[in-house]
Structures are given as structure tokens and as C-alpha cells.
Design a binder for this molecule. Structure first.
Ligand code: KE4
Length: 441
């Protein structure tokens, strides 16, 4: 069943009910949203308010249907309202929503994570990717006794003070805060490097010998648009960190269970020392986790001295949704189909953008994809920022008006779910073709 949204051009596209909801929301919620990524700041206009979702479709409160390529920013790899996930959550809810005490379901999902993720022998659940990333830094610093961390420009790890940094002048610079409220002290030990430049990391490690606790990165970047690691880059970081006594930390909040059951570290065959997980692990409910080999994880409380805690960590409802999702991904892996579907989308977008003679590059790993309005390949944040974000914003609205919901920023990855079909992909390509014709005239 295709979206019923009429093929309107963007300017005629009106969302009266969402507008009223947005005005009302803005009276009591900053910007009307509970996360700035949803605010449409990068594309202009006001966001549609959603009424419900099913499979690959979102339905807004004005009655429009959309093919969803956000999937709640990654978690909904099986599609929305999956019957088995729903049943597991309902069953868990009847037993109580939160105990503040250990449950066997937490053990079951921990065993599933340990079985799936190469770097993980022990895992601790938390409630958000931010908490997971923040905890990996604290553990790396606590275990090594070192203070400095290396992060990549354009990579996002949640709103962790130490990671809200912007580049200085030189290629590898000590970060300065990129948000009010983050103190210079919080970022003075954060070293920024360009992604896909292993020698910049080598330079940072040699400039601060014995001082760098961790090199932290998205092994496949999704937060500047989809930017794959260059061949050999991850392997080189593994060598460099091994030699320097620095922990290699993969933030797989987005790529975990997405690019393979074992995440990017399985797909690319590079095993980090610590891994942050999120999104898919909660099956659409708030859950995240971090893990490593047992010796590292036994450094955290209550076993070891490094403190970390959380009221709703391992929440029974989130564990039910997450465990069901992981088991479905394990028992009936969708990854080959996701690759094929997303490759179809990649070929189609490339074709229509070429026909429209618009500068573009389509980049994809597995079921994560970005159409950059950029004449060159995108290997790092500086490349990404040369994209035509105004053209992207117009393209976004033209697609929305045609029932296709892309991530609302050039600097985000789109996600294909196991619920998407060839017909959805073909509708999306046709809509992209119409959109570009409408824009390019
Ligand atoms: P959360 O705290 O939002 O659960 O996770 C933070 C995070 C950590 N690491 C990576 C690689 C991530 O992509 C994220 C969050 N991703 C963004 C979208 N790119 C979430 C969207 C939002 O903030 O609303």
C-alpha cells in the first residue's frame, strides 16, 4: 500500500493540525520538541506531529502517510509496532514496569549482547546513548589513569560535556566548548582529529605520550551524513592505540545491530576495547549499554571503583522490547535483504540526481545511506560541510509532500528497515525524481 499523500509541491504543503500542536507545544517545551534533531532547524518550517506508526510508515495528525527513513533515528530496524515486540512489552507491563531490582530478563539480553558483539564479554545497561558514551570515557580514563581523549570532528556521541567541542585552528587541536554551559575545564582534555585521517591520530598520540586514555569514534559516521571509514583506517587506529596503551572505543549506538548483528566491528573485522550501544538495543524503548572484555568492565561499581549508576537502567519494558528485537535479528537476520533494498535506493537516487544534473554523491553502508548534494566524495566533516544544505532543505520538503520522510538534515544518515519493500523504494525514487525536476525546473 503506497502513501496516500498527494504529489503536492512543497509550498502548497500544509500541516494545519501539526501547526496548532506546534504552537501549543512551544508554550511549554523549548522549541516545541524534546530533542533539537526533531525541530526541522536544518530544513526550515515546522515538524509534522505524529499520531502513530506501523511497519515502514509514519502517520501524522493531519492524516498524511509517510515512508519513514528515520526509524526513530535508528532503533526501528524491524519497522514500527512489530507484533512480537508489542506482545513482549505488553506481557512485561502486566508484570510491572520497574522494580529497581535485578531481573532475569536483564541477564538474558546481556547474554544476547555478549554472544553478538565481538568486543564484549561483560555489559552494563543504561538508558541513553549519551550515558553509554559518557561511561566509556570514564571507564577508559579510570582504567588507564590517563585524562586525554581523542574524538573525531563531526562525530556525535550524545550531549556529553567533554564531547561538546569544536575544532580549533590546527588539524589536531585541544577542543574548546561548542555550547554555553560547557566549561573549558570539561573540554581541555579532548583532542579533536579529522575522521579518516589516521596520521592525525598518530600525531595526537605522539604529542601526548602516555596521556591519551581513549580514541573514541563512530566506526561508520552517521552524524555528518553517512561517511564510511576509508579502507584500512580502522585497522590503523587499532594498531596505533594498541601501541600507545590507549583504549580504542567504538560508539556503535547507531551502527550496533544495524550493520551486522555484531555491528560495524563485525562487518569491518576490527575489535575495539570498549563499545557503546543504544537505539536498536532498546527496540524503540529507552535503553543503551556499554561493554568490553571482563577485566575492563569489572573496574566499574559495584565490583570496581569506577562509579556509574542509573534508576531505570535495565528497565523491564525496555529489556523486553530490546531482547525480542535482538532475538529476531539473530534468528532471522535481515541484513542481506536490508543491503539489497538500500542498494536499490542508492542506485535509484544516483540515477535521478544524475538525470537532474545536480552535483551529488550517494554514500551507503548496509542500510544506512545519505544523498549528499556535494560534487565530491565525503570523507570527513570539512567535506560534508561543503554540501548544498539549502538544496537539501528544498529536496526534503518536496519529498515530504510526496509521502517520503527523510532525516531532516543533510548531516544525518537515513535508515531502511526490514519492513520496507521494493515498492516503497521505487516510490521514493520516483518522488525524488519529481522533486528534483520541480526544484531544478
Ligand atoms: P542518545 O543519548 O540520543 O540516546 O544517543 C546519543 C548518540 C550517541 N552516539 C551516536 C553515534 C548517536 O548517533 C547518538 C544519537 N543520535 C542522534 C541522531 N543522529 C539522535 C537524535 C536526537 O538527538 O534526537
Amino acid at each position: 500500500m503506497h502513501p496516500t499523500t498527494p504529489a503536492l509541491s512543497a509550498p502548497e504543503y500544509r500541516l494545519p493540525e501539526s501547526h496548532h500542536a506546534f504552537v501549543r507545544a512551544c508554550r511549554v517545551i523549548p522549541g516545541g520538541v524534546n530533542s533539537p534533531a526533531r525541530a526541522f532547524g536544518a530544513v526550515g518550517g515546522e515538524p509534522p506531529f505524529m499520531a502513530r506508526a506501523q511497519g515502514q510508515y509514519l502517520y501524522d495528525i493531519d492524516g498524511h502517510q509517510y515512508i519513514d527513513y528515520i526509524g526513530s533515528w535508528g532503533p526501528m530496524i524491524l519497522g514500527h509496532a512489530h507484533p512480537a515486540v508489542r506482545a513482549a512489552v505488553v506481557e512485561a507491563l502486566d508484570l510491572g514496569s520497574s522494580f529497581g531490582a535485578p531481573t532475569t530478563r536483564e541477564v538474558e539480553i546481556a547474554e544476547a549482547v555478549v554472544a553478538a558483539v565481538p568486543s564484549i564479554e561483560k555489559v552494563r545497561f543504561v538508558s541513553s546513548g549519551t550515558e553509554a558514551a559518557m561511561s566509556t570515557i570514564r571507564v577508559a580514563r579510570g582504567v588507564t589513569g590517563r585524562n586525554k581523549i581523542v574524538k573525531m570532528a563531526g562525530h556525535y556521541h550524545g550531549h556529553v560535556d567533554a564531547l561538546l567541542v569544536q575544532a580549533g585552528s590546527a588539524a589536531t587541536t585541544l577542543g574548546t566548548p561548542n555550547s554555553p554551559g560547557v566549561t573549558p575545564g570539561a573540554t581541555e582534555d579532548t583532542i579533536l582529529c579529522p575522521f579518516n585521517d589516521a596520521e592525525a591520530v598518530a600525531d595526537a598520540l605522539s604529542r601526548f605520550p602516555g596521556q591519551v586514555a581513549a580514541v573514541l569514534l563512530e566506526p561508520v559516521a552517521g552524524n555528518m551524513g553517512l561517511v564510511p571509514p576509508r579502507p584500512g583506517y580502522l585497522e590503523r587506529l587499532r594498531e596505533l592505540t594498541e601501541k600507545a596503551g590507549t583504549l580504542l572505543v567504538f560508539d556503535e549506538v547507531m551502527t550496533g545491530f544495524r550493520l551486522a548483528l555484531g555491528g560495524a566491528q563485525e562487518r569491518f573485522g576490527v575489535t575495539p576495547d570498549l563499545t557503546a550501544l543504544g537505539k536498536i538495543i532498546g527496540g524503540g524503548l529507552p535503553a543503551a549499554a556499554y561493554g568490553a572484555r571482563a577485566g575492563v568492565m569489572e573496574s566499574i561499581s559495584p565490583v570496581g571503583p569506577i562509579f556509574q549508576a542509573g534508576t531505570l537502567s535495565g528497565n523491564p519494558l525496555a529489556m523486553a522490547a530490546g531482547l525480542t528485537t535482538l532475538r529476531l535479528l539473530r534468528d532471522d537476520p535481515p541484513y542481506d535483504r536490508l543491503d539489497a533494498l538500500t542498494a536499490r535506493l542508492e542506485d535509484g537516487l544516483r540515477r535521478v540526481a544524475s538525470d537532474a544534473r545536480v552535483p551529488h554523491v550517494v554514500q551507503r553502508v548496509g542500510s544506512m545511506i545519505t544523498l549528499f548534494f556535494n560534487p565530491e566524495e565525503v570523507h570527513d566533516y570539512d567535506d560534508a560541510r561543503r554540501s548544498d544544505t539549502k538544496l537539501f532543505a528544498r529536496f526534503f520538503w518536496e519529498l515530504l509532500a510526496r509521502g517520503v520522510y527523510l532525516p531532516c538534515s543533510q548531516f544525518e544518515a537515513a535508515f531502511v528497515s526490514a519492513a520496507h519493500t521494493d515498492a516503497d523504494i521505487d516510490h521514493t525514487i520516483a518522488a525524488a525524481n519529481e522533486a528534483l525536476k520541480a526544484i531544478m525546473g
